[in-house]
Write a protein that binds this ligand. Structure first.
Ligand SMILES: Nc1ncnc2c1ncn2[C@@H]1O[C@H](COP(=O)(O)OP(=O)(O)O)[C@@H](O)[C@H]1O
Ligand SMILES: N[C@@H](CCOP(=O)(O)O)C(=O)O
Length: 306
């Protein structure tokens, strides 16, 4: 194979209680990428559509992650990368992650798949580190593995794949403003009160159990973030109103997606998800804020070859 075209999906990181640990993969929104082998060695980004991003490989997360992989693989060829972005940078649904994971996934396929998904996540982390100035894999893991994932540890990198209840849907509301992950991380405290930590890790454990048992009521009781949301919600216009309207419409839970400004809600069933989407959208109907919204099944496959 000399060329490959892929769909690299958007992802929701943190998932309320699981900051830097939990994440899930979306289905209806993502980037397209084309990667092909070249005789000339190295990494070249030859096409970027959708948003204004750097073509210099060392300044684009797709290039940085690809360079990390070829540094290890030392192939006797190079690669050209075309990026067709649908995920707005600074969105909170893993724009940088989709590029970083998509490029290493594609190159791995072209090299005959010498690396496993954990190794690909490690290479993609090198790109994410450049974008967010910190090491986190909670967007990358669900994009590469699919479904829900839990990042057990960064060093050594260990990722757990979690089950996806079959009738679970996600609603994404993305106010068209930009929040850089690096800035949204810099505003966080270094310490968490013990009482808050206890509640947060109880929610993580309960949420994981709820996924394993398809217990939608326990999902609802676990989707709570008392550590990060209090700091970041002020960055998102009308966040509290969106959250309360989504819950009134029947959401299992609603929280900030990644570092924002996107928000996500989880729904038991598609019809309920559509009602929740309308309720969340309505909050912005009399504002000047542009909005993108998506209703998505949980994508259990992750990155797809087209
Ligand atoms: N290929 C890329 N895709 C998206 N963002 C990129 C890419 N390369 C570099 N960046 C930079 O990374 C930042 C977006 O990453 P981030 O702040 O984590 O947003 P998101 O929440 O959408 O992932 C932006 O500053 C953007 O300029
Ligand atoms: N755990 C990270 C996740 C960032 O997600 P993104 O989609 O905003 O890149 C954080 O919250 O900083």
């Amino acid at each position: 194979m000399e060329e490959i075209k892929i769909f690299s999906p958007a992802t929701v990181a943190n998932v309320a209680c699981g900051f830097d640990v939990l994440g899930f993969c979306l289905d209806t929104i993502g980037d397209h990428m084309v990667v092909r082998k070249t005789l000339e060695k190295g990494i070249k980004i030859t096409e970027i559509e959708g948003f204004d991003l750097p073509f210099e490989a060392t300044e684009n997360v797709a290039g940085v992650s690809a360079l990390a992989l070829i540094e290890d693989a030392k192939p006797n060829c190079g690669f050209e990368i075309e990026i067709y972005k649908n995920i707005k940078p600074g969105s909170g649904i893993g724009s940088s992650s989709a590029s970083a994971s998509g490029s290493v996934f594609a190159i791995n396929e072209l090299l005959g798949k010498p690396y496993n998904k954990t190794q690909l996540t490690y290479f993609a982390m090198q790109g994410e580190k450049m974008a967010s100035q910190s090491e986190h894999a909670d967007n990358l893991a669900p994009g590469i593995f699919g479904g829900f994932t839990l990042v057990k540890s960064i060093n050594p990198l260990e990722i757990l794949e979690l089950p996806t209840p079959k009738d679970l849907y996600a609603v994404i509301v993305h106010p068209q403003i930009e929040i850089k992950t690096s800035e949204a991380r810099a505003m966080l405290p270094n310490n968490v009160p013990l009482i808050d930590a206890i509640i947060q890790w109880a929610n993580v454990g309960s949420f994981v159990h709820a996924l394993h048992t398809s217990n939608y009521g326990l999902i609802q009781r676990s989707l709570q973030d008392i550590v990060i949301e209090p700091y970041r919600k002020r960055l998102i216009p009308h966040f509290s109103q969106v959250k309360s309207e989504s819950m009134k419409a029947g959401a299992l839970g609603c929280a900030i997606s990644g570092s924002g400004p996107s928000m996500f809600a989880l729904s038991h069933g598609l019809e309920n998800a559509k009602k929740i989407e309308l309720a969340m959208k309505k909050v912005y109907s009399n504002t000047q804020i542009d909005l993108e919204t998506y209703v998505s099944k949980i994508n259990t496959k992750g990155i797809k070859i087209l």
